[in-house]
Write a protein of this length. Structure first.
Length: 336
């Protein structure tokens, strides 16, 4: 039986975190509210989420997440965790604190129940996230029975953002071209971290999800090729994905369509499962809001310029597809 999961919002600004307009992107304001506060607010309306944990600069997060307006919306316990050195440490150390009975500093998983403990990871810079999309993803990932569900969004679900993605619009949408569809990673991850034995690859995959820097992509391909887990097959699938992404960018769409027939979702699932040494599934959710994050000044400016109308349309579509989600009873608080 599926149970509620803790949600861990990644809001750190160390390691490979990008700055936008000179500051950590999770504090950029859209509609007069920092992005990380938007995400925390949306999570209050996701039935499958039982508590919210935000990991980042604690001194900066506390006043942002302690505003009267946000406190009035809380329905679930809200925890703030001081960040560590990089994305991987933030993810693992936050997970340790969500384990049942864990002390404030967290604990390592010890039992089978601990190994089965699921958490939802998501970025702190998702201006168009909706509770319906997150709810649908969690339910679909749980139904798959996998230990690591990676959220994806189909190209057709991102049509609302095409005006933002037009030339000069500032928003760059990069797809993983697979046989079934063009898919974009949507910044949602449902995992049993203790069962993801090769966790160190997660940060590599996340940092290169947008396929923007060809030199770093080649470096990652070489590391995958020489890895013991998967080796040549992993590097091959990765190389095809990068190639089709480049063909898309060069507007050679028909050639990209031909090349992507080589790689199916099922084959990618198997390859990633070998690489991560666990069961991995790509999980496609309908609404596209969580696929849109902020990595550049042009993206932020484009999002902010048309946010109100675009987000109203995103919410209306999500509710039409999935219906309204009931708000949980009770009131949460900033717990730690």
């Amino acid at each position: 039986m599926d149970v509620s999961v803790p949600a861990i919002v990644m809001a750190g600004d160390r390691g490979a975190a990008r700055m936008v307009h000179g500051q950590s992107k999770v504090y950029l304001e859209v509609a007069d509210r920092p992005l990380v506060a938007h995400v925390v607010s949306v999570l209050q309306r996701v039935p499958e989420v039982g508590s919210v944990w935000v990991v980042g600069d604690e001194n900066r997060l506390r006043p942002v997440l302690g505003s009267d307006a946000l406190i009035a919306e809380l329905r679930k316990p809200l925890h703030i965790i001081e960040q560590f050195e990089n994305l991987y440490q933030n993810a693992w150390q936050a997970y340790r604190r969500t384990l049942p009975g864990a002390p404030e500093e967290g604990r390592d998983p010890e039992t089978n129940a601990d190994a089965a403990h699921q958490v939802l990871y998501l970025s702190g810079d998702l201006p168009f996230a909706t509770p319906q999309e997150i709810s649908e993803f969690v339910r679909a990932a749980q139904a798959s029975g996998c230990d690591y569900g990676i959220g994806m969004t189909a190209e057709a679900s991102l049509d609302l953002f095409q005006t933002l993605a037009a030339p000069g619009g500032g928003l760059e949408v990069t797809y993983f071209n697979l046989r079934e569809d063009r898919l974009k990673q949507n910044n949602l991850h449902l995992a049993r971290p203790a069962r993801v034995l090769n966790r160190h690859y997660v940060e590599d995959m996340y940092e290169h999800r947008k396929q923007r820097e060809i030199g770093s992509m080649i470096s990652l391909a070489w590391r995958l090729l020489t890895a013991e887990e998967g080796g040549l097959s992993i590097a091959f699938f990765f190389g095809i994905t990068v190639l089709t992404g480049l063909l898309d960018r060069w507007r050679l769409r028909r050639l990209a369509d031909w090349v992507r027939q080589v790689v199916s979702v099922e084959r990618v699932d198997r390859a990633l499962s070998r690489l991560m040494n666990t069961s991995v599934r790509l999980v496609v959710a309908r609404s596209g809001g969580c696929a849109i994050d902020v990595d550049t000044e042009a993206e932020y400016d484009a999002i902010r310029a048309s946010y109100d109308d675009t987000y109203a349309t995103v919410c209306a579509r999500a509710e039409a597809e999935s219906g309204a989600l009931a708000l949980p009873d009770g009131k949460g608080a900033v717990a730690s």
